[in-house]
Every structure is written in C-alpha cells, then in structure tokens.
Design a protein around this ligand. Structure first.
Ligand code: ZN
Length: 134
C-alpha cells in the first residue's frame, strides 16, 4: 500500500462544492468526470501528493445518494494507491477485510478501483486504486 491517493467527499451540489474547494485549495479542479457505472459526477483537486475527490450522485439509487440520505455531506472514503491491486485485494481479503465487489473495476481518474466495507475498517470505506497505464 502506497500513499493516500485521495480522500473522497460526498457532496449534494458539486458546482457549489467546486467553488468552495477552489477557494480552499487556491486552485480549480484539474478534472471533472461522470462515472456512469457508479451514477456519480466527480471532480478532482490536486493537493501535494494527494487529491481530493468530490462526489455527487447523478441518480437517486446511487451509493452516494444513499450515503447522503443517511449521513449527509462529508468524508466518504479514503483511497490508497497500490502498484498491484489484485495482490493487495487478495492480501486484505485473507486478512479478513470484507470486499464490496468481486473484482477491481474501472473508476474515475483513469484508475482501477476496489472497495472494502466500512465495517471492516472502523467505519471508514476503504478504496484501493491503481493507475491504468496502457
Ligand atoms: Zn475515490
């Protein structure tokens, strides 16, 4: 497991949140992207070695919509970078962490992503991600 790649923040209004985080970080997002498979709209801010990912639901049945309904806006997940996502996923499953899906899938920002249930990690949703290089 390498650095903290990004911290994901669930927001109700990504346009307003983009303005807030542009002020906070002193620069605009370097990327905005819709991930149809997850029904989310995202934007990414670079902050040093790590990033901030804002997430807004694009449909009422998306995971982010359900999260906002239950817990309101706030930190949604922490993502760790890995060079070998298959190996890290296997390691964590062997350690007893509860996976959310069967295999890594394509997420935002040109990454393969995989999630572990918050129950496994003291209430924090854990994302592993690996840059897609080809
Ligand atoms: Zn993420």
């Amino acid at each position: 497991m390498n650095k903290i790649e990004h911290i994901g923040i669930a927001v109700k209004d990504i346009t307003a949140a983009n303005e807030t985080y542009t002020k906070l970080l002193g620069k605009p997002p370097y990327k905005s992207e819709k991930v149809e498979s997850e029904s989310v709209e995202t934007s990414f801010f670079q902050t040093g070695e790590s990033k901030i990912e804002l997430l807004q639901a694009t449909s009422a049945d998306s995971a982010i919509a359900k999260y906002l309904e239950k817990r309101g806006e706030g930190i949604h997940h922490i993502a760790f970078a890995t060079d070998d996502i298959e190996k890290e996923v296997a390691r964590l499953i062997a350690e007893g962490f509860q996976p959310i899906s069967a295999t890594p899938k394509r997420g935002a920002d040109n990454k393969l992503v995989f999630f572990f249930h918050p129950k496994s990690a003291n209430g924090v949703l854990i994302e592993l991600c690996q840059e897609i290089t080809k």
